[in-house]
Design a protein around this ligand. Structure first.
Ligand code: GLN
Length: 473
């Protein structure tokens, strides 16, 4: 068991624990549980080198903000000179020449990088069954998926291979695996964390997100990586968050938005029951429950999958075998573009590229892509109007708990439905966070999410902290 960072930091400061020893123990744990396949690359030598620097800093009394914190990073986030594969054959040997802004800020604050985590190829998936490097197992029960696409990052945080891990969210890829592995998973407001160095899937939806077993460590990382970045023109012109200050707030008379039975009809019974009991606890504390009108719930998934695949088909056009990445052996007259992409991409990525190309093609653009953009605007407007009436929305993160390997991957539509409760926050751009809530009859966890108005990320982390305590007690 890895001690939470803020507690461990005190031990480092008092010389009760050594940074190098801690890192060695974590590396041994990763080796012992290699079967989880949480990492594509373990950066052991680098981690030990960084641990020595951190130890010196503690010894000489000048530790930085996150000195000695152990961090895992999803393999679609650029790390200078550390292989960044996006779990694809296409980028199997790709070495970025720069760090993502989030990574650079964390390195400057003194973190130790333990490795790059496994994921669904190019972040497309909900179960981590789409990786060129093999499935990631749920550390709580290896027969179940850990969720996706950031399944390696959620597994690494749950198994205690790091204090905090970075993932990415386009339609739920942080919150959903956090729900399936019983930890916190935060998706920021669009623009709150720089996307510079995050390999693009669907640029108008993508955000880097954060996992941890505890909110204090999560918020420490949040406060370091948020804030405007001149390298990302879509980053919001805001200072970094100061989410820690919201932790000890005493809340009374909160207006809690909840969803109707109609929206809950896709849930399993145990999620629905726990949801209602969580709401009752809030009511007993004197908070006001307000049913929120959700007009377009049936359009969340189709709208997301049209926009995400359209943007993906355009973003992934750069992988052509010419500029970087995989290039196959070519026989005379063979088309480099066709052969590179046929052999370099996996099934799901090809499916997305074909879908995206179709919805953008001249005959279908109006019927699909333009229509999806219009519906997205309506979804966003209805979300934003809701926050005039409530402080936050509380709703399930996933319809149920983790499912078994192989149970959905023959049926893409069934798989896509795993994102039912998550995709809308990405479409609207609002912040959302998974908090662990309950367990099914087999002891597998599931979570609920708190969603707030755009750029209320700090407040949201405070609410999540408060609600978490309430629903656990
Ligand atoms: N499961 C969703 C998809 O496959 C979400 C992916 C993500 O958030 N990166 O598109």
């Amino acid at each position: 068991m890895l001690t939470p960072y803020l507690e461990l930091r005190k031990q480092f400061e008092n010389k009760q624990s050594s940074v190098v020893e801690t890192v060695n123990n974590v590396l041994a744990d990763i080796e012992n549980r290699k079967n989880l396949n949480a990492f594509i690359t373990v950066t052991g030598d680098l981690a030990i080198e960084q641990a020595k620097i951190s130890q010196n800093r503690f010894d000489s009394g000048n530790p930085r903000e996150l000195e000695g914190m152990i961090l895992a990073i999803k393999d679609n986030i650029s790390t200078k000179d550390i292989r960044t594969t996006c779990a694809s054959k296409m980028l199997e040997n790709y070495l970025p020449i720069y760090n993502a802004t989030a990574v650079q800020r964390l390195l400057d604050a003194g973190v130790i990088i333990i490795g790059k985590t496994n994921m669904d190829e190019f972040a497309m998936g909900s179960s981590n069954e789409n990786s060129y490097f093999g499935n990631v197992l749920n550390p709580l029960n290896n027969e179940y998926v850990p969720g996706g696409s950031s399944g390696g990052s959620s597994t690494a945080a749950t198994a205690g291979f790091c204090h905090v891990s970075l993932g990415s969210e386009t339609g739920g890829s942080v919150r959903q695996p956090a729900s399936f592995t019983g930890i916190y998973g935060y998706k920021p407001s669009y623009g709150r964390i720089s996307r510079y160095g995050l390999v693009a899937f669907a640029s108008s939806l993508d955000q880097i997100g954060i996992f941890s077993q505890n909110l204090e460590d999560l918020s420490s990382v949040c406060d370091v990586i948020t804030g405007v970045d001149e390298n990302d023109s879509t980053s919001a012109n805001l200072k970094p968050t100061v989410s820690k200050t919201h932790f000890n707030s005493e809340y009374s008379g909160l207006k809690v938005g909840y969803v109707s039975d109609e929206v809950l009809k896709n849930c399993t019974e145990y999620v629905r029951d726990k949801y209602r009991s969580d709401l009752n606890i809030m009511k007993d504390q004197g908070h006001e429950l307000i049913e929120i009108p959700i007009h377009y719930a049936e359009a969340w998934i189709p709208t997301y999958y049209i926009i995400a695949t359209a943007e993906a088909s355009s973003n992934l056009a750069r992988f052509d075998g010419v500029r970087f990445g995989f290039r196959p052996e070519l026989k005379e007259n063979e088309d480099i573009y066709v052969k590179t992409r046929s052999k370099g991409f996996g099934m799901e990525v090809k499916r997305r590229i074909m879908l995206g190309t179709y919805v953008l093609s001249s005959g279908f653009y109006d019927a699909y892509y333009r229509k999806a953009q219009q519906v997205r605007r309506k979804i966003a407007d209805s979300y934003l109007a809701t926050f005039d009436k409530v402080d936050f929305i509380y709703m399930p993160t996933t319809p149920g708990s983790a499912f078994k390997f192989g149970s959905r991957n023959g049926n893409p539509i069934k798989m896509y439905k795993a994102d039912y409760y998550t995709a809308s926050a990405n479409l609207a751009g609002v912040p959302a966070i998974n908090i662990p809530s309950g367990f099914d009859e087999d002891g597998m966890p599931f979570g609920m999410q708190v969603q707030c108005n755009n750029f209320d990320d700090e407040k949201m982390i405070g609410y999540a902290h408060y609600i978490s305590k309430l629903i656990k007690s």
